[in-house]
Design a protein around this ligand. Sequence first.
Ligand SMILES: Cc1cc2nc3c(=O)[nH]c(=O)nc-3n(C[C@H](O)[C@H](O)[C@H](O)COP(=O)(O)OP(=O)(O)OC[C@H]3O[C@@H](n4cnc5c(N)ncnc54)[C@H](O)[C@@H]3O)c2cc1C
Length: 388
Amino acid sequence: MIRDPQSFDAFLTSLRRFVRDKLVPREDEVARNDEVPQDLVAAMAEQHMFGYSIPEAYGGLGMSTEELVLAAMELSQCSVAFRARVGTNTGIGSEALVADGTPEQRERYLPRLASGELTGSLAMTEPDAGSEATAMRTSARRDGDHYILNGTKCFITNAPIADVFTVLARTDPDSTGARGISAFLVERAFPGVSTGKPYQKMGQAGSPVSEVHFQDARVPVSALIGGEEGVGFKTAMKVLNKQRIHLAALCTGPAIRMLEDAMRFVAERRQFGKPLMDFQLIQAMIADCQTEIQAARALILQTARERDEGKDVALSASMCKYFASEMCGRVADRCVQMFGGYGYIADYGIERFYRDVRLFRLYEGTSQIHQLNIARLTLTAAGYQPGR
Ligand SMILES: Cc1cc2nc3c(=O)[nH]c(=O)nc-3n(C[C@H](O)[C@H](O)[C@H](O)COP(=O)(O)OP(=O)(O)OC[C@H]3O[C@@H](n4cnc5c(N)ncnc54)[C@H](O)[C@@H]3O)c2cc1C
């Protein structure tokens, strides 16, 4: 659903210009310094990028899912670090509050997340609970007006710079699986909360990721999201269901950009007396990239519209994430191939994209986990009862 097509078109045009004129020229600097500079963070905040999906009542742009994915496909046509800087606020770092927060919790955090004053993040994964997220062991024990949290979360995007963490922890020590898990909004400033050294990663320089530690961390009872124990995993699933569509769009933007860069290269570079673009085997790679990009775009837009209509999109959201992240990997590989030896050299930028996009197939559900989910939902819809 696009609320006002004319003004949304103007918004997308201006976003495209911002990405091309302000962000793309600074990509090398971000990669070199492993940081998005403060002036660009401020510029992105001015563009309301931190609050795309936060309701207007709390200072965000209140985008529908369709609007969000269209904006994401534009914003992500530049180095992944830029959208990762704002992406937790307008995705996994605010959505639990949007979905299930109490009015007081929303009032307290959402306006500052929307403006970019606070950086949010989602702390769910643990060293022994990755794909099997329900194996998490971080505990939250009630102690008067507080919960005492103990445990370690790993691989948390933006943790080194985050002010608030959406944390999943076990309030019922005897529970197993999804039951007994609760969600909290934990401030970095709470006693007992700390973050580890940023990881050295394969790619996405400028997007800091680290562990988060809770050592007898004292978290006020008012930080329990929705004020209800035991429903945290349901909240997390709501967050991730929407995020799968969002992330799929964020996989599509880099693919569009890589293909554009590759086409510019093959139009200029000559071998055997002709531009590379004249060779049919090069054209086949362009055709495969373009077809897959458009297929992802169509699936994402259809799913976003269905979500806006209130339909259950659990299956198609999973297909979006699986297809778009795998598609992006295949596009990256073909584009490096089109660059030939230059594709392996850092000066050309395409190798950075190649490394950056590798992560898409790993986080927010690996491709294998999505395959299992898609198969299970498809079999179930057909009346079968697959074993787990
Ligand atoms: C840079 C980065 C940023 C991240 N950001 C966040 C974040 O902000 N917040 C957060 O909470 N988490 C985050 N994550 C964690 C991410 O979601 C997990 O890494 C992911 O869910 C996979 O878990 P794992 O790494 O423990 O792999 P594992 O679960 O150990 O999987 C290893 C391999 O086994 C496969 N596998 C596992 N189970 C099955 C199965 N049943 N059938 C078939 N194959 C299977 C997987 O597909 C994978 O190939 C991030 C990770 C990275 C690397």
